[in-house]
Design a protein around this ligand. Sequence first.
Ligand code: CO
Length: 469
Amino acid sequence: MAQKVQFTETVVRDANQSLMATRMAFSDFADILSTMDKAGYYSVECWGGATFDSCLRYLNEDPWERLRNIRKAMPNTRLQMLLRGQNLLGYKHYHDDVVEKFVELSIKNGIDVLRIFDALNDFRNIKTALEATKKYATDKTVASGCISYTQSPVHTPAKYAEMCKELQSMGFDTICLKDMAGTMSPAEAEALFKGIKDAGVTLPLILHTHCTTGMAYMTVMKAVESGVDIIDTATSCFSGGTAQPATESIYYALTQMGIETGLNEKVINQVNDFFKPVKQKYIDNKTLNPKSMATDAQALVYKVPGGMLSNMIANLTDMHAMDKFDAALAEIPAVRADMGYPPLVTPLSQMVGNQAVTNVLVGARYKNISKEIKSYLKGEYGITPAPVDAELQKRVLAEAGMEKPIDCRVEDCKRTGEDFKAAKEALGDLARSEEDVMSYICFPDQAKKYLEGVKAAEENKVTYTITEA
Ligand code: CO
């Protein structure tokens, strides 16, 4: 039987997010959706991540309505979203009932595949979302457990295989390795995917990577040779740079190797033809910075993601301290080790980067500790991959009058999140639906402003109708 590798198309979510900060309006891609529905993708990633924030804040769109419209136009394709476990679409820990409601509404409005991850790979933080997915599942629903990929002395292929086994025993349907910084090398991909299969993991495996450092095509190819089942790609004009490798190119390469993809060549080319002028429009209005389309191997040299480097350069420039750049860069591995080697993904990348800069500027390690690093050391972000520096943690705990770090989920021992009922009351008559309440819980200011706009437009429309009559 021929090997089969399926494709998840990312043009409207991750490629859109990575290349142009999710500024693509629904009206820009609405007309191609019915064609995309015939492409034969495993799924189309179209929601979650930054789509909510961007829709409400910049595009004056209701993210739920966008999802329903995509659903209507693509009845035959799995629609996929990225969900940050207990943090939903942000960085706060929400209550279980809010997480459950969010998952229920996502499925109700058209999501089929929920790719669920936690920045620290603390799987307690994805359990509620998984259980809710199972509870509200239709016959098309897929719960995909996702691992944030990073490199460190404790992140061995054996450790990843262990994590995959845990996701499998938790009841997930598929497993994704998410290489957000694009630093997974071909050799690492081979060791990982073979190791995972050898450990007895039978669930379909997915590779999500980015072209940032230039390795993605090689890494995808090695992953394919090592048994990956699904890969994430973007239509070629929105591929490369900080986005995914190109759908058509990988289709071409795999087809020649006799690997089945299920893709329709004519349709995937039509999709690319459609998006070319869309891309040009955003280059012309400067939304799409050509810099994000280039390859930058710096992340391989410094072992930090590109976004984290540019953030650090911006901070140091603001403080007129760019002469400290090399020292701050050299400080990052030390801070990361003290924190127990967290994956450098938002917000951990910023937290580690800022602390490294502070250590260097103050001239003494941890003389000043940021509020976020303190909460992290108190256990509020979850279980760290390796133990944190014991002395440092003791100091922070003593300062807070705590004997030991929180050892349960934040949700269980420190309820800080939003309450659905309270949010509904706060929104009052602006809420047209439960979906509106959920938008407000996730992005209160943006959602309120958007809904006030909707209400004002409604009132104007009524006045207009009366005048006409
Ligand atoms: Co990504």
